[in-house]
Design a protein around this ligand. Structure first.
Ligand SMILES: [Fe+2]
Length: 136
């Protein structure tokens, strides 16, 4: 069973960003599956690195469109992205610095919680705005 499943409540109404969010979910589930399977530290570290990198790409994409169309809540949204990115980078650094291959459930739950909260809370607010500005 995946850690997190896509559901319509997660839709922000913009295809491009829904697809990027789905990709983030898929990567998180991949990390969960590999952790459950007891994969080696190398393998888990690579998946985690991929997830962190894609998170940064995704944040940058959202920010680019918000900025381009002068979204009023851009600064607040960017601040939230920066805080999340900082937390995720800390998790990644801690994992790589540790000797253990185990990826704790608290890390996976943390990732799941922030994804859910950020998408349903802040990302949904830009949906109608983006659609009005022709972002699909
Ligand atoms: Fe966002």
């Amino acid at each position: 069973m995946p850690l997190m499943e896509w559901n319509p409540k997660l839709s922000v109404g913009v295809n491009q960003f829904d697809n990027e969010h789905k990709q983030l979910l898929a990567m998180l589930n991949q990390l969960f599956d590999a952790a459950q399977a007891g994969s080696a530290k190398d393998a888990l570290g690579k998946i985690l690195d991929g997830l962190v990198a894609y998170t940064q790409t995704h944040f940058a994409n959202e920010e680019r469109y918000m900025k381009m169309h002068h979204f009023a809540e851009y600064a607040a949204h960017k601040a939230e992205h920066d805080a999340l990115a900082k937390q995720v980078l800390a998790v990644q650094a801690k994992y790589h610095a540790g000797a253990s291959a185990a990826l704790g459930m608290e890390v996976l739950t943390f990732l799941k919680t922030w994804l859910t909260k950020h998408i349903q809370g802040s990302d949904k607010k830009y949906g109608p705005f983006m659609l009005e500005h022709g972002v699909r």
